[in-house]
Design a protein around this ligand. Structure first.
Ligand SMILES: [Cu+2]
Length: 328
């Protein structure tokens, strides 16, 4: 089948080449230069330009509406609502600029096509125009960048010390969550302590770590409560990507990175919003970190405070008695 398709393509190319030769030869016979561009050719091209503009608009709008459902659902975090607003603001500006500049480009080509009875006006420099196309983009960019930096700073400013600390630990190719327990302090960790039985490199001599709860299959966070995330990596650079919460942070071996956000939509609510009863939030690795990078993920569940407590109790019930006393 493939051979037939290639054969047809080669035949089509040969036919087009022969056709061009026929046109050239017939022009030669008539005594006309086949490479000379006439007014008629220009007029045809100008109309084609105009048609292409209409095609471009229809196709762009079709893409915009047709692929709308491929976008992420509404933001599930508080700051994500502002990020979405800023993204939409940017997209509106981009669309206006795209429409105006491309319309001008094609309308000019259509209206002022080359004619032998018309001479193009020529000027080398115009200060007003220079001011306009330098000044307007500069002001627009300044506004966008200013709004972006302000939002970025607000997201990354240190969280209040009372905010619950949850560590996300990355290694090829999984995530592990460590909750700070009742004292809201994570026990110390050191890469020198990493071994088969202590993958996270935890320092057991640090009392603060005795009530830490380590969970490797689910990251459960309570709704409407700020979470202060800390990130570590064992091996290479990973990136903690929370698409539904509009958050992402690099996880760098040898250092701790952090940010905090407040989830505002529970998993149950998001299932209703998306109309998908199987919807689950997910934390993905967004840094190509090795062979199984594509499958490096952990499920995130956002639930009520009661659901969160039930979840934690389920994960601490087998802790040794002296640890359980600290957790509860
Ligand atoms: Cu990774």
């Amino acid at each position: 089948m493939k051979f037939v398709i290639y054969f047809i393509l080669i035949l089509a190319a040969a036919a087009i080449w022969q056709l061009v030769r026929v046109v050239e030869l017939s022009a030669k016979l008539k005594g006309v230069d086949p490479n000379k561009v006439t007014d008629k050719d220009n007029k045809l091209n100008s109309r084609l330009m105009f048609l292409f503009m209409i095609f471009l608009w229809i196709f762009s709008l079709w893409c915009l509406f047709n692929y709308k459902d491929r976008l992420l659902p509404v933001s599930a975090s508080e700051h994500g609502i502002d990020i979405d607003w800023l993204l939409n603001f940017n997209m509106i500006i981009i669309w206006i600029v795209f429409l105006v500049t491309n319309s001008l480009l094609f309308i000019m080509a259509w209206k002022y096509y080359g004619r032998s009875d018309r001479k193009a006006a020529y000027f080398a420099h115009n200060n007003k125009l220079e001011m306009l196309w330098t000044g307007v983009p500069a002001i627009v960019l300044f506004v966008i960048i200013f709004m972006g930096i302000r939002l970025w700073n607000r997201t990354l400013e240190p969280a209040d010390s009372k905010v619950r600390i949850v560590e996300v630990y990355a290694k090829q190719f999984s995530f592990t969550a460590r909750y700070s327990g009742d004292d809201n302090k994570l026990g110390k960790a050191n890469y020198r302590l990493i071994m088969d039985a202590n993958v996270l490199g935890l320092d057991s001599s640090d009392v603060a770590g005795h009530d830490d709860v380590i969970i490797s299959d689910t990251l459960f966070i309570p709704v409407n409560e700020e979470v202060n995330f800390r990130f570590r990596s064992q091996d290479v650079i990973h990136s903690a990507y929370f698409p539904h919460f509009r958050a992402q942070m690099n996880m760098v071996p040898g250092m701790e990175t952090f940010f905090h956000f407040k989830p505002v939509v529970t998993t149950e609510e998001m299932r209703k919003i998306t109309g998908n009863p199987e919807f689950d939030y997910v934390l993905l690795c967004n840094k190509i970190c090795g062979a199984a990078h594509y499958n490096m993920q952990i499920k995130i569940v956002v639930g009520t405070k009661e659901q969160y407590e039930a979840f934690m109790n389920r994960h601490t019930e087998f802790l040794p008695a002296e640890k359980t006393a600290q957790v509860k």
